[in-house]
Design a protein around this ligand. Sequence first.
Ligand SMILES: NC(=O)c1ccc[n+]([C@@H]2O[C@H](COP(=O)([O-])OP(=O)(O)OC[C@H]3O[C@@H](n4cnc5c(N)ncnc54)[C@H](OP(=O)(O)O)[C@@H]3O)[C@@H](O)[C@H]2O)c1
Length: 396
Amino acid sequence: MFSNSFLRLVSQQIPGIRLLSTVSAEAPASNRYARPLNKMCGWQIQSYGSLDEVEHSDGLKMPVLTSPHQLLVKVTATSVNPIDVAMIKGYGASVLNTIRCKNGIEFPLTLGRDFCGEIVQKGLAVSSRDLDVGDEVWGVVPVHQQGCHAEYVVVDRYCLSRKPENLNRVDASAVLYAGLTAWSGLYLTGLFGNLLGAISPVGGGRGKKVLVLGASGGVGSLAVQMLLAEGAEVYATCSTDATEMIQNLGVTYVFDYNDPTHVQNLSRAGRFDIILDCAGKGTEYATAVPWRFEQYITFNSPVLKNIDENGFATGLYQNALSIVRNNVASVSKQNGLVKWGYFVPAPQGIAFLQNLVEKGKLLPIIEKTYTFDQISDAYQRVDAKHLRGKIVINYN
Ligand SMILES: NC(=O)c1ccc[n+]([C@@H]2O[C@H](COP(=O)([O-])OP(=O)(O)OC[C@H]3O[C@@H](n4cnc5c(N)ncnc54)[C@H](OP(=O)(O)O)[C@@H]3O)[C@@H](O)[C@H]2O)c1
């Protein structure tokens, strides 16, 4: 679709880009839409609101490299995460837009945080021995950048690596956003809170007792596999229909949260090294349940929401108050720290996940695959919740 001469032309017309870009790939063969050569198709929002805001266009501006450390990737598959739906509704707008507007990209906004694809152009600082045009890669897009629910995406070198050979592109597109969230919660947030008894970022969870709330979702289903691979003692909660699926992942202690006795039954398991909340329960839940723990780590952080709703100063104050209040309540019940976990686009995390995938110890659960033209249906599915693993968009 983009010839070498076209990409060279783009490089010459955009100030600075000639210094940054290198030889491009030969044009990808598909030519689904007739449109000007510097345009691509994709899905974007022009303002926040309902899911109806998401619009398809075949006239989106082709992204260009703005640093020698970046690569242009032709996306072949991508996943839809709850954050995509939340961002359509304005989640994180205050903080993320402050960063985005510095790059001049508040709207139109492209969603999409993880992908599989093929490198079509690379910056001069990316050595061909490291990654080259034509390589098949998997990667993530930081939340303040234009996403990958489009034909092409530009990302920094640290956000991607070669796709594991034993994963097809659909599976590869479904691992990194949820997987890096689980990895950072367990191995970064967990580590820093408990240096003496920690799980280290390169592994070492053997014998640790971890309870994963919401094991049936994208993050939870990867978290339990990571923990099992480490030799941790894994406990998991999920709804009735998902218990068999989680048992099939190898989790022995699966608790149906619809069963009123599950709270009591989990109390008998003793003290957990980590309770990892992948079910959106939040910080308050840490003190609402009778379970004992060294660390309670939730991915349902109120940080961006509080700032969205109350502005920077009040929002930050509320965040500080919330974490202090919950930790005081937790410690007063002889429990450990309550913390917020976040997606972190770290190359160490990508390497960690790659290693598990290549050893056959980690495989995403895919609930359903949609085509590129069906992205709005995929958003509707994620918005309806009760996901079982991941929702993926396969471009061909
Ligand atoms: N902070 C960050 O950087 C970050 C990054 C990624 C995700 N997150 C958050 O982390 C959470 C997990 O993300 P995800 O992508 O895995 O979401 P997801 O795919 O929607 O998974 C959530 C799972 O939890 C289950 N669930 C709901 N209520 C539950 C309960 N009371 N007990 C046990 N399971 C329950 C859901 O199924 P049922 O409703 O059918 O039970 C679903 O399978 C979400 O809240 C998401 O917003 C945060």
